[in-house]
Design a protein around this ligand. Structure first.
Ligand code: ADP
Length: 592
């Protein structure tokens, strides 16, 4: 069914009802008025006829028909009616209009017949004599209880007709006016009913759009007011609930977004329902495309897909490790649980991913470190043990040999001592930096650089290597001087160790944006690219044999790294095999 506006439903029905009422009332009223007029006229005619009856009776008694006719003509003129006297035979003996002699027998006329029969009767019909509609009323004329004739009075209905015609004309006009007025009123009433409903409809649309700022106006009929009040209450509650839901959702999103763990919710078809920022970053997925997509399509990671399938198949929480091999290797620890709705129906799975790459790397470093320490300590100990055993087994006798073995023991013991010293230094720096905090003071850099260089002079002189210091004037930094000196000594010492004799090593210090840079530059053997990322690890050495020959422990750069880190700075290296190396220390600027 087509929807029609309420106004157009109410208004036409009002108009139809009004029209039907007007038509019915008009119809009934005009009929009643016409009947009233006719009855009035009939009564009037009867009264007039009765009025003249005594005189007519006297004239009939006297059989004075000529006098009777004159009498009729006189009555007719005086009473504005036509009078006709008819004998029981039907013969007309007097008439106010016509000559009775020329008039036909009237016995057959309905009213005349009734009058002659002693009854009063009336009749309405067309008079051929007068050529118009007439009303006739005949009353009997009696003399000595004998009917001697009848007096018939008549009047033309033209007056009634014209009166009725006016009525017929005025009733529709009046009706029309009433109809228009009624229609206007009904239109107004319809509008009054439909307008608040219309306003309410607009309000409901506003509420549906989530705009609860404007309330509905409570005005109009009782029912409309009650409805408006109920809708306002509903809007208030809806607003409250939506606000609560939004707050909860925002809180949940904030919690999810600030999680370090990647969170991924999938439905039973493995389509992505929810995800957080960490998941986007861990899996390298596009946050715009991922929503509603199958996980296989957005993250092509075999391990992850296997894990999702395993979680979907298991009713219990699942744990596993996912290795991602896009670019660099990354290890993710994954926890998977089946998601259930309020009715405990499975609706998908929740996967939580934790990046354990750093942990794995640290574990590896720790493992390597233990292995390296053991290995590093084992080598001198083995040498010492072998030399001691040889001595015990009798090598003491040729004093020359014995001396050789004792030299080995002394050298290896010294090496052990160096390794242990370095390890202790490292752990001291770590503890100092982490727990107690080093005492850092803003002071000039040049003295520290010069003092470090002075410590290396001997080694440099052995290889005839020139040490050149260039420090920007008045350059200051917040440092712990002995520690920084130690770091510079390690770097310069390495530069001397890995440079050809008669070359030079430059130590430069200069200010940079928000930082102070110290460079230790040599033109020695250089380091291949693949070693650079691991160079600062403990015991990492490019050429183990050469390092050991040089008396290195493999801890020098690790110490440098830790010292600089305690200063809040960083150390990097740029190197090319055969062209030398530059170690760059970056310290926070003096203002920091
Ligand atoms: P080491 O005691 O063996 O010198 P370091 O930690 O000081 O240990 O250095 C680690 C490794 O880095 C060295 O074994 C060496 O191979 C390399 N290296 C350090 N400095 C230089 C340099 N200036 N030129 C070339 N190689 C270097």
């Amino acid at each position: 069914m087509r929807n029609i506006r309420l106004l157009w439903q109410i208004f036409p029905s009002y108009v139809i009802i009004i029209m039907a009422v007007l038509f019915g009332v008009g119809w009934h009223l005009t009929g009643a008025i016409e009947e009233f007029f006719l009855r009035q006229t009939a009564a009037d005619l009867e009264a007039r006829a009765r009025l003249v009856t005594p005189q007519v009776a006297a004239a009939l008694e006297a059989e004075d028909f000529a006098g009777l006719d004159r009498l009729c003509k006189g009555f007719g003129a005086a009473a504005d009616a036509r009078f006709t006297v008819v004998l029981p035979s039907g013969a007309v003996v007097g008439d106010s209009v016509e000559d009775p002699a020329r008039m036909e027998n009237h016995a057959s006329r309905v009213e005349v017949a009734a009058g002659l029969a002693g009854r009063v009767a009336h009749s309405t019909r067309y008079s051929r004599t007068l050529q118009q509609d007439m009303m006739y009323v005949a009353v009997p004329v009696a003399s000595d209880a004998r009917i001697v004739g009848t007096v018939r009075s008549a009047r033309a209905l033209t007056a009634i007709d014209s009166a009725l015609e006016t009525l017929y004309r005025q009733v529709p006009i009046g009706g029309l006016v009433a109809l228009v007025l009624a229609a206007l009123v009904s239109f107004w009433v319809s509008r009054r009913i439909s307008r608040p409903l219309e306003a309410m409809r607009h309000g409901a649309v506003r509420f549906a759009q989530g705009r609860f700022d404007r309330k509905l106006t409570v005005a109009g009929s009782m029912e409309v007011c009650a409805l408006a009040r109920a809708m306002n209450l509903m809007a208030e509650q809806l607003d409250d609930r939506i606000r609560t839901i939004m707050e909860q959702r925002n809180e949940q999103q904030a919690v999810l977004a600030s999680m370090v763990e990647g969170v991924l919710a999938l439905d039973m078809e493995e389509r992505v329902l929810h995800f957080n920022r960490a998941a986007v970053e861990l899996l390298h997925i596009d946050p715009v495309e991922v929503q509603g997509q199958r996980i296989q399509e957005v993250a092509r990671k075999a391990d992850l897909q296997r894990f999702v399938a395993r979680t979907l198949a298991s009713p219990d929480p699942v744990e596993g490790e996912i290795v991602l091999r896009d670019g660099r290797e990354r290890y993710l620890q994954a926890h998977g649980t089946v998601l259930r709705d309020g009715e405990q129906q499975d609706i998908g799975v929740l996967i939580v991913l934790h990046d354990v790459t750093r942990l794995r790397r640290l574990e590896n470093i720790r493992r390597d470190f233990v292995a390296n320490v053991s290995h590093e300590l084992k080598t001198p100990i083995t040498a010492i043990k072998a030399s001691a055993e040889t001595l015990i087994d009798g090598a003491m006798t040729p004093p020359g040999d014995a001396r050789g073995f004792l030299d080995i023991i002394a050298k290896q013991a010294e090496r052990l001592n160096a390794i242990i010293d370095d390890l202790l230094a490292l752990s001291r720096i770590e503890q100092g930096g982490d727990v107690n905090g080093m005492v850092m003071e803003l002071q000039p850099l040049e003295p520290s650089l010069r003092s470090a260089v002075w410590s290396c002079e001997m080694a440099a002189a052995d290889k005839e290597i020139q040490l050149q210091v260039a420090c920007a004037e008045g350059l200051q930094a917040r440092i712990n001087a002995p520690l920084l000196e130690q770091a510079i000594i390690n770097l310069v010492d390495n530069a001397i160790k890995y440079s050809e004799p008669r070359s030079s090593v430059q130590i430069e210090a200069e200010p940079a944006r928000d930082a102070v840079l110290i460079r230790v530059r040599d033109s020695g053997c250089g380091i291949a690219q693949e070693h650079l990322p691991r160079l600062f690890e403990r015991f990492y050495r490019v050429d183990k044999a050469r390092s050991r020959r040089q008396g290195g422990t493999g801890l020098g750069l690790a110490i440098v790294k830790h010292i600089i880190q305690t200063h809040g700075g960083s150390v990097t290296v740029e190197s090319e095999p055969g062209r030398g190396s530059v170690f760059i220390i970056q310290l926070p600027g003096a203002c920091n």
